[in-house]
Design a protein around this ligand. Sequence first.
Ligand code: GTA
Length: 170
Amino acid sequence: MSTQASSIELSSYRDQHFKGSRSDQERLLRTSTTLYVGNLSFYTTEEQIYELFSKCGDVKRIIMGLDKYKKTPCGFCFVEYPLVCCTVCMPSCISYYKHSHFFNDFIINHCMRYINGTRLDDRTVRTDWDAGFVEGRQYGRGKTGGQVRDEYRTDYDGGRGGYGKIVQQK
Ligand code: GTA
């Protein structure tokens, strides 16, 4: 079974704050059991996200993205699935980590294929491969506390606090 053949290509996003080499990040993006979910409404709840992402497999944990200062949802989250082997290697598998790429093929790929681009709270959900959650990543990195891209936004988006913060400050 080939991981590459059935995988959806990685997006161009790379975390500039990642502690490690570029190749470490690439490897983790391909093998981790975590998804980044973006373009969420600030009003979407963890329960709604849980319900949607459970369609692809048992969800282990959801980490809501929070405004760094207000500690309120700021439009993204991480969804973690448990690390399990595929049914093909399960009977004889002695190392879950060795085969973790199979997991990507079966569940993360499924999310990328079937949940990416669907609607949640009347918005288009964007899923992305993620290298894995580490403490601190749940906070927006923008100067005002939310996501960086939200500060630069020039359109009006009621589900994400109106205009982008830079426009609001003008
Ligand atoms: N896996 O697509 C993603 C993703 N995004 C967008 C954010 N995260 C993601 N993870 C995956 N895929 O843990 C994660 C981050 C972090 C958390 C919050 O979400 O790893 P953030 O959105 O506040 O900040 O992250 P991030 O991701 O570091 O910012 P981004 O969008 O890549 O921007 C990087 C730099 O580009 C900025 O510092 C800014 O100087 C510049 N920039 C971004 N957008 C604009 C713009 N519209 N105009 C001008 N410059 C811009």
